[in-house]
Write a new protein. Sequence first.
Length: 72
Amino acid sequence: MSKKEEDLDIITANVGDIVKFDWVFPNMQGKVEKVNDNSVIVDVTINDNFDEHEMFEKTVINHKRYEIINEA
């Protein structure tokens, strides 16, 4: 499969979608706030354990590294 064919298989999230990814903890979730060419910016404060850990409120996730679990 060529690189162009691989890129066509990627389904990108939209603003407001909830995505799941492995970042600091397995199955971390975030709400998409901005969609870029190769990544999304997500708000991770929606996680129940956010206050228990010292984390940034937002992070950048490559389109290849997340799964959409709830569409806006």
